[in-house]
Design a protein around this ligand. Structure first.
Ligand code: PNS
Length: 159
């Protein structure tokens, strides 16, 4: 059985993320969406809320499980028996960062990273963009899953 892990901050999970998860779910037998801490970022939503948002967004994908995890990504991949890490990239700026992470993770454990190019029509969507829309009271429909809109709006309290 081929298993992959799709790690990220997912703060919050967007339709761009969902597209990558959906495509990975056709390439792998089992997909874990792992909500993890990026030490370079201050989170807006708690890990528990991020998990809820990702779960409602992925609910129609039978071979996808959403988890939260801390520690090193390669250790998580080992514990889950994953043979690959999957990440989406929206362009050259994402590529530079993801190339570095892929090389670190391969150096640490030998695991390969598969980079999926974002669909052009979704490549403008990011978690940062969603948080900006929320900050200025603008609609987030079209950037996140329809079932996640209310959760996101109700949980986006000033921290
Ligand atoms: O969505 P992001 O912010 O690009 O996700 C980054 C994330 C969470 C995947 C990355 O920070 C990560 O892998 N964190 C876990 C710790 C780790 O394994 N770091 C890389 C090796 S030092």
């Amino acid at each position: 059985m081929k298993t992959c892990v799709i790690p990220g901050s997912f703060d919050p999970f967007t339709l761009g993320h969902l597209d990558v998860v959906e495509r990975a779910s056709k390439l792998f037998d089992k997909v874990y969406v792992a909500i993890m801490v990026n030490s370079d970022k201050n989170g807006t939503f708690s890990l528990a809320v991020r998990k809820k948002i990702a779960e409602v967004s992925c609910s129609e994908l039978d071979n996808v499980t959403v988890i939260t995890a801390d520690g090193l990504l390669v250790d998580l991949c080992g514990a889950l028996g994953a043979s690959a890490i999957v990440k989406g990239i929206r362009g050259v700026s994402d590529f530079g960062y993801e190339e570095g992470m892929a090389n670190i993770n391969r150096r640490l454990s030998g695991i390969e990273t598969v980079l999926l190019a974002a669909r052009p029509e979704l490549s403008f969507i990011s978690s940062t963009f969603v948080r900006e829309l929320l900050k200025y009271g603008r609609p987030i429909e079209g950037a996140v899953h329809v079932n996640a809109v209310q959760i996101i709006k109700s949980e986006c309290l000033p921290r």
